[in-house]
Ligand binder design. Structure first.
Ligand SMILES: N[C@@H](CCC(=O)N[C@@H](CS)C(=O)NCC(=O)O)C(=O)O
Length: 224
């Protein structure tokens, strides 16, 4: 049995480490966290991750939290999968951390405001305002990402990495929630290329199974 257990929920940013594990062909157990049942706030889960968030990765029973740290750990543990580039010096390494942090600390909070404004404010009008301000806040980053991806590239050019998995999750969350996807053809194309990767397909399949489980239990989450 594997020493790796990933706590996840469908549609969440736990998709990133799931893609990492699939890219590495790692053995792991996927554990569904039932948000609608408040499982992420249960004493058992909070004992593993007091922040009450997914992803949470157990490594030999020891919890590791935060996407940036989990990406770093999995990349170091599975070097042959080349999940992240190898920085030649401390500055290059720090820049890779900066790219992962850009996704987790800059883009993710905007995603939450676009996708789930009800987490921030009450009332329909206030939610619409939060969402439209967040869409406006995302635009310059989307243009930057589009420019960098260019014509058929990954974040690091020819080299695929977990930064691409992060960007893919961001794109998945914001499209269909009012974000003008048509303005960013390179990012849209990047998402399509991500979905052509066998490892990504396997990760999406695992999510679909979790979603079906939630549906069967009447616990599927529907953001407004
Ligand atoms: N900083 C964390 C953020 C994790 C996070 O916000 N996860 C969301 C799902 S995308 C979550 O668990 N939300 C549950 C909640 O806040 O109640 C990371 O990068 O791993």
């Amino acid at each position: 049995m594997s020493d790796l257990v990933l706590f996840s929920a469908p549609g969440t940013c736990a998709r990133v480490p799931c893609i990492a594990l699939e890219e590495a062909r790692a053995e792991y157990t996927l554990r569904l966290v039932r948000f609608m049942q408040g499982e992420h706030r249960s004493p058992e889960f909070l004992a593993l991750n007091p922040k009450g968030k997914v992803p949470t990765l157990l490594v030999g029973g020891e919890p590791l939290t935060e996407n940036v740290a989990i990406a770093r750990y999995l990349a170091a543990r599975f070097p042959r999968a080349r999940l992240l580039p190898k920085g030649d010096d401390p500055l290059a390494e720090a820049r890779i951390t900066a790219d992962l942090s850009f996704c987790a600390a800059t883009l993710h909070p905007i995603v939450t405001r676009i996708r789930m404004p009800a987490f921030m404010v009450d009332g329909e009008e206030a939610r619409a305002s939060v969402r439209s301000k967040a869409i406006a806040a995302m635009q310059p980053f989307a243009r930057m990402i589009d420019d960098r991806l260019g014509d058929g590239g990954w974040w690091y050019g020819a080299e695929w990495s977990l930064v691409d998995a992060c960007l893919y999750w961001v794109w998945f969350r914001i499209t269909g929630a009012g974000f003008p996807a048509g303005d960013h053809p390179a990012w849209a194309d990047h998402a399509a290329r991500m979905e052509a990767r066998p490892a990504v397909r396997r990760a999406l399949q695992r999510e679909a199974e979790m979603e079906a489980q939630l549906e069967a239990e009447g616990l599927a989450f529907r953001p407004d």
